[in-house]
Design a protein around this ligand. Structure first.
Ligand SMILES: [Mg+2]
Length: 189
């Protein structure tokens, strides 16, 4: 049976942390890109009083449409697809980000078609464990906890904000992630 990888976008496939900082600094002449996040809630690094205000701005500023992939992500996804592994991009981004998300993926040659010829699908889902992926990759402590509670195989993409989150296995970077998934799929490297 084909392995389906439930692949998170922000903090795993795309560099949301540096991405929003670049846009924020451009808009507000800030210096947030001189640092990086160590926690999930980062509004205090901006002038926004809440994360809700931050996301209101992020929508207007097309933050989700302008992110860059993390190093190795595109090559890793390509390698999986070449080896018959399906990729289900699964994100808890807000619904308003759907257009920007598709456009951003397409800019990097990723055009999901419900696991058709592309071997890829894009799904907006807060309860990721419902997606029936064989293995999940995520950086969110909340999502990882949820996945483990539902008995799912969860790979933790190590980030400063998820140090103690539960997982089946943890990976430090995309090279490691690519190989771990190939191994899970039974592909001999
Ligand atoms: Mg994430």
């Amino acid at each position: 049976m084909k392995l389906i990888v439930g692949l998170d976008l922000d903090g795993v496939t795309f560099d949301f942390d540096q991405g929003w900082r670049k846009v924020y600094d451009l808009w507000f002449d800030g210096q947030t890109s001189l640092s990086s996040s160590s926690k999930w809630d980062f509004h205090d690094e901006t002038h926004f009083l809440t994360m809700v205000e931050f996301y209101k701005w992020a929508q207007r500023a097309n933050v989700f449409g302008s992110l860059e992939p993390l190093p190795g992500a595109l090559g890793g996804i390509h390698t999986w697809l070449e080896n018959g592994i399906s990729v289900l991009f699964i994100t808890s981004r807000p619904d308003w980000a759907a257009g920007a998300t598709s456009a951003c993926l397409a800019r990097y040659g990723l055009v999901p078609d419900r696991l058709g010829r592309s071997g890829m699908e894009l799904r907006f889902e807060h309860e990721k464990w419902k997606a029936h992926a064989g293995v999940y990759v995520d950086d969110s402590p909340e999502v990882l906890t949820q996945l483990k509670a539902h008995g799912k195989t969860a790979i933790r993409f190590v980030q400063p904000w998820n140090k103690r989150a539960p997982s089946t296995v943890a990976v430090q970077h995309w090279k490691e992630l690519t190989d771990v998934v190939l191994e899970m799929a039974g592909v001999v490297a």
